[in-house]
Design a binder for this molecule. Structure first.
Ligand code: LLP
Length: 420
């Protein structure tokens, strides 16, 4: 459930009509709902009521906006970060260092050092090589890094191939059949406190079975590690729960996920950790856009050209993803149209042959479920600048990220004098 609803014929974010934000901030613009973020954060936590003292770290990559992170910090969430930039954001937003988990296959030397200096709670190590590098840095600085070893369970998450991470051929984690020996070797490093295992098999999962299979493999690994004398006090189960992008689409609920987790992890005797991203932020945001014009070419449906483009919301172009597209002030009439952005490539298509609200030039519309992997994946392609982001709270809203004009990006560029 989200707080983007029609009221008196006009789409609102909580109590704020989207017409107002479009007028005052311009379009395209991302609009997030605080109440929806809080609701999702609480629903996810409640879904884990069968788990003792879960550690929940929001996957910052899903929505790194500082205000969004602050809302989640206020809900007691930690952060799952994958770069020095995300680490800085989590700290700036008020997340406690000890609640921060550092994931990622390519943490650089300086990122590992930064994490140590900040005193973050856990490094999720993705290779034996990374483990030795971290151990050396930690020893040199007289520290010990708390670590989990990320394993690759070779499970097909049955999601889009570009966001599937748990197959043997993917770059993530260490192969399950080598995990025990690697864990043992890393455990003898003085700079490391090996304390657990981590797994994340992919994102936008529409069924729980692959997760359950992966978790069972993790459970077996924990038993093996302990049998080898290993210390295992934590297990990080990652994120991945899908959300409905299409009206009527069915996804496993957080409650079903939580019940499965409680059942499968019974007796593990570890502190469970979670890294949800999309399920928290996805339906808490929309991308508000204005129709520039409609054009016809040939006999097919019209092309509705909106002022948002693939640089602002990359998911349709990148993964062929569906985002519901609704008018802000629907007349009740419907049409079939191709929804496209202004960018000069055919990939800048949000939807083909989409049955949607009738729209004409100047009308406002939203792409829904744009709160996760939306603004954060933006680029300035076609020299379009970066869109603004807003956060609604009841009947007020704030601009939480300024629009970055194409001119400001150009200002960072130089033409060397030797080109004169
Ligand atoms: N933990 C790790 C280690 C991850 O790699 C990810 C997502 C998450 C947690 C959060 O997963 P979530 O709960 O959001 O599914 N750009 C793509 C999604 C990429 C996900 C990458 N990793 C998209 O727009 O669909």
């Amino acid at each position: 459930m989200d707080h983007f609803q029609l009221r008196n014929g006009v789409l609102h974010a909580e109590n704020v009509p989207l017409l107002r934000i479009a007028d005052e901030v311009g379009t395209p613009v991302y609009v997030y709902s605080r109440a929806t973020l809080e609701r999702h954060a609480r629903v996810f936590r409640e879904a884990l009521s069968g788990v003792e003292n879960p550690h929940i770290a929001f996957a910052v990559k899903a929505n790194p906006n500082l205000a969004v992170l602050r809302v989640l910090a206020n809900e007691g969430y930690g952060a799952d970060v994958v770069s020095g930039g995300e680490l800085a954001r989590a700290l700036a937003a008020g997340m406690k260092p000890e609640d921060i988990v550092f994931s990622g296959v390519g943490k650089t030397h300086s990122e590992l050092l930064r994490g140590l200096e900040e005193g973050i709670g856990q490094f999720n190590i993705e290779s034996e090589e990374e483990g030795y590098e971290l151990a050396a840095i930690a020893q040199r600085h007289g520290r010990r890094a708390a670590c989990a070893l990320r394993v690759n369970p070779d499970v097909d998450a049955r999601t889009h191939e570009k966001i599937s991470t748990g197959k043997r051929e993917n770059k993530f984690g260490v192969p399950l059949d080598r995990a025990a020996e690697i864990y043992t070797r890393l455990s003898s490093e003085n700079g490391l406190e090996m304390r657990g295992v981590a797994v994340h098999i992919g994102s936008q999962l529409s069924t729980l079975e692959p997760l359950e299979t992966a978790f069972e493999k993790v459970g077996a690994l924990i038993a093996e590690l302990r049998a080898n004398g290993g210390n295992v006090t934590h297990a990080d189960l990652g994120g991945g729960l899908g959300v409905p992008y299409k009206t009527g689409e069915h996804m496993p609920s957080p409650a079903e996920y939580g019940a499965m987790v409680a059942r499968v992890t019974k007796g593990w005797n570890v502190r469970l950790m979670f890294e949800p991203g999309r399920v928290i932020a996805g339906n808490a945001g929309v991308l508000l856009t204005r129709v520039i014009r409609s054009k016809r070419s040939g006999n097919g449906p019209p092309f509705v050209v909106v002022d948002a483009a693939m640089n602002d919301l990359a998911r349709p172009a990148m993964y062929g993803a569906w985002h519901d597209f609704d008018a802000v002030a629907p007349s009740g009439d419907k049409m079939t149209a191709h929804i496209v952005g202004p960018i000069c490539e055919t990939g800048d298509t949000f939807a083909m042959d989409r049955e949607c609200d009738a729209l004409v030039a100047g009308d406002l519309a939203v792409f829904r479920t744009a709160g996760a992997y939306g603004a954060t994946m933006a680029s300035s392609y076609n020299s379009r600048g970066f869109v603004a982001e807003t956060l609604v709270d009841g009947d007020r809203y704030a601009v939480v990220a300024d629009r970055i004009a194409a001119a400001a990006i150009m200002d960072a560029e130089r033409v060397p004098e030797w080109l004169d």
